[in-house]
Structure formats: C-alpha cells, structure tokens
Ligand binder design. Structure first.
Ligand SMILES: C[S@@+](CC[C@H](N)C(=O)[O-])C[C@H]1O[C@@H](n2cnc3c(N)ncnc32)[C@H](O)[C@@H]1O
Length: 216
C-alpha cells in the first residue's frame, strides 16, 4: 500500500514538473494551473466584461477569482466561496463555508446586496473517496446545486460555467442543467488534461422560476 502510494505520488510530481500550464502558473502570480482553463473558456465564450458581478463557487486556492478580478476591473464585484480558507485577493469578497448551507447562502446574498450576478463560475470538486459511484454522485450533487443557485440568482442574460465529469452521470447533469437554462454547451479547454474526464458546461439565460439550491 505504502509503496503504491509512493509511486503514485512520484508519478504525480513528475507529471506536474512536465506540465506546461503548471510552469506557466508558477512563473505568473496565479495560484493554480486551473486559471488557464478559465482563460480558454473566456477566449471561446466571451464570459467576462468590465463591471460584471461574478460569483465563484469552489474558489480556493483562488486562481479563477484572481483572473475574474482582473477581467471585471475595479468597477466589478467578485464574491468567492469555498469551504476552505485561502489567501485574500485584492478586490474579491471571500466567504468561507459550504455554499449549500443556508447560513452561508445568507451571507452570500448579503454580499450580493440585491444585485443579480452576471456570471456564476463553478470549479467545485468534492473530496474524493476513491469509490467511483460515491465520487460521481457527490460531483453531480455539487454541479446541480451550483446550477440551481445560478439559475435562482442570475439575471435573464446571466451565464453559468461549471466543471463536471463525463461518465455515467453526465447525461443526467446535462439534462438537469438543460432544464434550468435556455442554452447550454459542453467545452473541453486544452488546458484540461486529455486524460481527465473533466469537461465544462457553459449555460446561458436561466429560465427562472424560483428553484432552490437544495431541491433535487
Ligand atoms: C478544484 S478546486 C477549485 C480551484 C479554483 N477554481 C482555482 O482556480 O484556484 C475545488 C474547490 O471546491 C471546494 N468545494 C467543494 N465542495 C464545496 C462546497 N460544498 N462549498 C464550497 N466549496 C466547496 C473545495 O474546497 C475546493 O477548494
């Protein structure tokens, strides 16, 4: 077991060292290579504009919020939520907690202060157990709850971007999100490793109708 874990972590370190996006992130001020996925999604889908109100769900360690803060500029608002604490980012309102818990949602809504966000981005990922069916279900719960949050708070022209995983649950995730938004597409940015099942949904124009984050 110990030997297996050691060789797995050695392989992980070797992969990190070779990864051009890891090197690029290290050479920049960005905290994670994940930023390049968001950058590529923005290049394709024109997600950000100056002055936007953006909610970043599952924000730690913060590279997506760092990128969003640059894109929206000082006239924009970024609200970043994560169960984990992370280093402050200039111009970003940080909330620590589980976005599915009512008291955390209350704090989030207070921070929105009556504004409708223009964009909700979600790179949420559950703590993996290694049991495939459990991890798939936890991932689906997160993305659907994030979609429900987005659909219930976004303005009519708002957009939602979320990571999910291709696999046995993918059709059900797409159909649940498809019911909440008028348009949705699946993207695989090149910064997302080909060996990973992760893909991103870009959905626009919520259909509205008062959905709850915790209803399934
Ligand atoms: C892949 S990381 C996000 C990386 C981030 N986009 C970046 O660029 O730095 C996924 C995050 O989702 C958070 N997360 C998972 N479930 C959550 C929940 N229910 N509420 C808040 N955060 C959650 C985890 O704590 C983790 O930090």
């Amino acid at each position: 077991m110990g030997t297996k874990r050691t060789s797995r972590s050695r392989a992980w370190v070797a992969r990190q060292e070779k990864d051009p996006y890891v090197r690029k992130a290290r050479a920049s001020a960005y905290r994670s290579r994940a930023v390049y996925k968001l950058e590529q999604l923005h290049q394709k889908d024109r997600l950000f504009r100056r002055g936007m109100v953006v909610v970043d769900l599952g924000a730690a360690p913060g590279s997506w919020s760092q990128y969003a803060a640059v894109k929206v500029g000082s006239e924009g608002v970024i609200i970043a939520v994560d169960r984990l604490s992370f280093q402050p980012i200039a111009g970003v309102i940080q909330i620590q907690g589980d976005f599915m818990h009512a008291p955390v949602l209350e704090v989030l809504d207070k921070a929105l202060d009556g504004r409708e966000p223009d964009l909700v981005i979600s790179d949420l990922a559950p703590n993996l157990t290694g049991v495939h069916s459990v991890d798939q279900a936890a991932t689906e719960d997160l993305v659907v709850a994030a979609g429900r949050f987005a659909a219930s708070r976004l303005g009519p022209k708002g957009a939602f971007v979320a990571k999910f995983f291709e696999g046995s649950q993918a059709a059900s995730v797409r159909s649940e999100i498809g019911d909440l938004f008028q348009r949705s597409q699946v993207r695989k940015p090149s910064a997302s490793r080909a060996s990973s099942a992760e893909v991103y949904l870009v959905a626009r124009n919520p259909v509205g109708g008062g959905v709850s984050v915790t209803d399934r």
